[in-house]
Ligand binder design. Structure first.
Ligand code: BTN
Length: 272
């Protein structure tokens, strides 16, 4: 039997939100191709910083590295935030890091145990992905003119809502904690956490952010990993992240590799 979908109430989010920057404007769709695609178009047309595009369902949700993000109606949080920081492209990694932090803190408030962040911004519960972040941008002369942070969080999915190829790899807050949370409340918390870390980055720089990020990702240090990059893959021991947000891996021959864009696979998990 088809389950009925409870639609999100953006007015409830607006009335509960206590933020300075994020969520100044909230644009809601019941159904859209991708909130990131929509936010990119709106940013190019000049919507203000802090605008949030949110949808109940995405038909062409985008994941990292060209992948698809499954976005069934009413089950998850699918939203994109427009930012306009005056930064050079080389500082982009920090936005990925604050996004992961905001999502991890939100998940921690919903789950019986804390999540783990897998570089750069996968949020895991029991080694399965519960949320992901896709950062896209528009540039002009080496400067960022706008930046879109897209967040997908699996909230109400049951095991059978995931296709067979994702079972064992993806999870939801409902699966892990057995609780049904109100999506509006989760969106409010997520936007507030993001607002907090964005202001920390603008006012205090990266140091407090990197410290907090390492709290959530220390399990990865010293682990044998496979690094899958667009150019190929290699193996090594993880040394965590550098101060600029790059992932550091020591190869068997002693060379330290600094990685910008990749998927990290823990060999311990694979071999279990
Ligand atoms: C990942 O691969 O881990 C990133 C997933 C990001 C998904 C979100 S859902 C809202 C926003 N709109 C998209 O099309 N993608 C992001």
């Amino acid at each position: 039997m088809e389950q009925s979908v409870t639609f999100l109430k953006p007015s409830l989010v607006r009335s509960q939100l206590a933020t300075e920057i994020i969520g100044r404007r909230i644009i809601y769709f019941r159904n859209i191709d991708s909130t990131n695609t929509c936010a990119l178009e709106m940013a190019a047309r000049g919507v203000p910083e802090g605008t949030v595009v949110i949808a109940d369902e995405q038909t062409r949700g985008k994941g990292r590295l060209g992948r698809h993000w499954r976005s069934p109606p009413g089950k998850g949080i699918y939203l994109s935030i427009v930012l306009r920081p005056r930064i050079k492209v080389e500082f982009l990694a920090y936005f990925s890091i604050i996004s992961a932090l905001a999502v991890a803190e939100t998940v921690e408030g919903l789950s019986p145990f804390p999540p783990d962040i897998k570089w750069p911004n996968d949020i895991l519960l029991h080694h399965r992905k519960v949320a992901g972040v896709l950062v896209e941008l528009g540039t002009e002369n080496d400067l960022v003119s706008y930046l879109i942070v897209g967040i997908g969080l699996n909230l109400l999915q049951k095991e059978e809502d995931f296709p067979s190829e994702l079972r064992g790899k993806a999870t939801s807050i409902l699966i892990e904690g057995g609780k049904v949370f109100c999506r509006e409340e989760v969106v409010v918390k997520l936007l507030q956490n993001f607002d907090h870390w964005y202001k920390v980055l603008l006012t205090s720089g990266a140091t407090p952010i990197m410290q907090r990020w390492r709290d959530y990702s220390h399990h990865w240090i010293g682990k044998e990993v496979k690094v899958v990059t667009p150019e190929g893959e290699f193996f090594g021991i993880s040394e965590g992240i550098g101060d600029d947000g790059r992932f550091l891996v020591r190869k068997g021959d002693g060379e330290l590799k600094e990685v910008w864009a990749a998927d990290i696979v823990s060999l311990q998990e694979v071999n279990k």
